[in-house]
Design a protein around this ligand. Structure first.
Ligand code: G6Q
Length: 549
């Protein structure tokens, strides 16, 4: 469907007119006016609860936003994605991460291909393999059980499994220690190798293409390190691959018998549900890995079937769109109040910014509105003692997604109430702020002189009216983690549809890769230098001089 420019549409213009007034609204007053605001502006799905009432919106705003989503074809595009149509237009591929979490027998064939049978055949192999490793049925070359797993991958082949393994820490196998090496910086591999023993370490080389420079270099280094003590014949017990590229896996020296495949219709940043999730299945066991898939599937079902106005991913997406488009918020901060979610902001950074950090529409025209905000964040309460100052009193308004579990996964007394108190208090403070009168009353109550009060008031004022969402779950479990990730995947999808951009490619990553290859050849002396600007030439010369010293 060829969509008209966003700003030219009646649905967008209606929002623009509405925003004219809405920009003046104060959330304090919106809450005071409507005691039912909380029940009206909350939604539940797949064991997640979203409170979006602390946004600068009214019921009419939501109606207008949902109407825009509808007119941009969100429902049709969603159905096309689930049906396996080639909605990744620039790579001419289907986008079927939802098929990876579809129960056995439930996904219809795609282009004559029994995708569901393929997916479950790999899941069956993952079950057998992970059971073996976890239960001492898979031994290292000296007959000892595996104690350490090193996942070698980058980007989508690293961020998802690493985030999920950390998030599900309390479900993890007590013996298996998981390590993740992604950076071409040798310090990363060096740090991992210094903690492991070749006799008891399993390396997973995870690369969709099996050509990614960083991963290939790291895999070669791991192989050389291993062969310092072991023999070539020992490699199959210690190196497995996850890839779509059987030939390259074979050429690297890994027997395709030890390769877990996936497919080109799985985007890197959407691949944690595929064999790329092998470290997750090893850490938590296949049963919990299935629960993780099931949680995501429940969110898929909700996304597919709930009316758009009660559809959690659609609401999250359209409120994000509102903040970006009409309140001019250039970034989005993610604040998980759960230490085990400490890599979740980094994961979302890739999911959102690589998907929607685009400046042309699917038709190749420049977009006529801003697109993806900068996504960043850190766990609360740590973030409160670092950059929340700017969020409360800085010149930019940054919306925040708070994420918390109502029940802890530990039994240390007192901590969880303190954590939740902070989380809810921050959201309240961002909404309410602190008025001139409140500051004055507080300072007067503390016995401050009139002249000191005058001096202090501007510094102690909080403008408030700063938007946030609150996402709650009962407890962080494999299922709720799966649902949470799927929620954000679909949110990203919906925004991409509204902006009419190609959310499933990542051409912007390519330029740096090409340039780095060229400079690498110059640093190693395989190519002439002095072909760049004076700064780049100077930096290369400095690095070469340091090598000689
Ligand atoms: C994700 C991107 C990118 C990719 C990495 C690793 O969507 O495509 O982050 O995952 O570049 O790619 P390989 O898995 O092919 O090594």
């Amino acid at each position: 469907m060829r969509l008209p420019a966003l700003t030219s549409t009646a649905a967008y213009q209606a929002l623009e007119n509405h925003a004219h007034d809405a920009r003046e609204w104060e959330m304090r007053q919106l809450f005071a006016k409507d005691p039912q605001r909380f029940p009206r502006m909350t939604v539940e799905a797949a064991d997640l609860f979203l409170d979006y009432s602390k946004n600068r919106i009214s019921a009419e705003t939501v109606e207008l936003l949902v109407h825009l989503a509808r007119t941009r074809g969100v429902a049709e595009q969603r159905d096309a994605m689930f049906a396996g149509e080639k909605i990744n237009i620039t790579e001419r591929r289907a986008v079927l991460h939802t098929a990876l979490r579809m129960p056995r027998g439930k996904q219809p064939k795609v282009d004559g291909q029994d995708v569901n049978a393929d997916v479950h055949a790999v899941l069956d192999r993952i079950k057998v393999f992970t059971d073996k490793v976890r239960n001492n049925g898979w031994l290292g070359y000296t007959g000892k059980p595996i104690t350490d797993v090193v996942n070698i991958g980058i980007g989508g082949s690293d961020l998802g499994p690493k985030m999920a393994v950390l998030a599900l820490r309390s479900y993890s196998h007590p013996r298996l220690k998981m390590h993740f090496v992604s950076n071409v910086d040798g310090h990363d591999m060096d740090a991992a190798l210094s903690q492991v023993n070749p006799e008891t370490t399993l390396f997973i080389v995870a690369s969709k293409t099996f050509t990614t420079a960083e991963t290939m270099m790291n895999a070669q280094s791991a192989r050389s390190w291993f062969l310092k003590t072991a023999k070539e014949a020992d490699l199959p017990r210690h190196f497995v691959a996850v890839s779509t590229n059987t030939e390259a896996v074979r050429a690297f020296g890994i027997d395709p018998e030890n390769m877990f495949p996936f497919w080109d219709w799985v985007g890197g940043r959407y691949s944690v549900w595929s064999a790329i999730g092998l470290p997750v299945a090893l850490a938590v066991g296949f049963g919990y890995f299935q629960a993780f898939l099931q949680g995501a599937h429940e969110m898929d079902e909700h996304f597919r079937s709930a009316p758009l106005e009660q559809n959690m991913p659609v609401l999250l997406a359209m409120i994000g769109f509102w903040n970006r488009q009409f309140l001019n918020c250039t970034s989005l901060s993610i604040a998980p109040y759960h230490q085990d979610l400490n890599r979740f902001p980094a994961y979302l950074q890739q999911l959102d910014m690589e998907s929607n950090g685009k400046r042309v529409t699917k038709n190749g025209q420049p977009v006529d509105t801003p697109t993806c905000p900068v996504v960043w964040g850190e766990c609360g309460t740590n973030a409160q003692h670092a950059y929340f100052q700017l969020l409360h009193q800085g010149t930019d308004v940054t919306p925040i997604d708070f994420i918390a579990a109502l029940r802890a996964s530990h039994d240390l007394p007192g901590h969880h109430d303190a954590l939740l108190a902070n989380c809810f208090a921050q959201a309240e403070a961002f909404m309410k702020g602190k008025t001139d009168a409140e500051v004055r009353a507080e300072l007067k109550g503390a016995g401050m002189s009139a002249s000191d009060i005058e001096e202090m008031v501007p510094h102690k004022l909080f403008p408030g009216n700063r938007p946030s969402n609150m996402i709650l779950m009962d407890q962080l479990t494999p299922a709720t983690l799966g649902a949470l990730i799927a929620l954000y995947e679909h949110k990203t999808f919906v925004q991409g549809v509204v902006w009419n951009i190609a959310s499933f490619d990542q051409w912007g990553v390519e330029l740096g890769k090409v340039l780095a290859k060229k400079i690498q050849a110059e640093l190693t002396g395989e190519a002439d230098t002095e072909v760049h600007d004076s700064s780049t030439n100077g930096l290369i010369a400095k690095a070469k001089a340091a090598q000689i010293l």
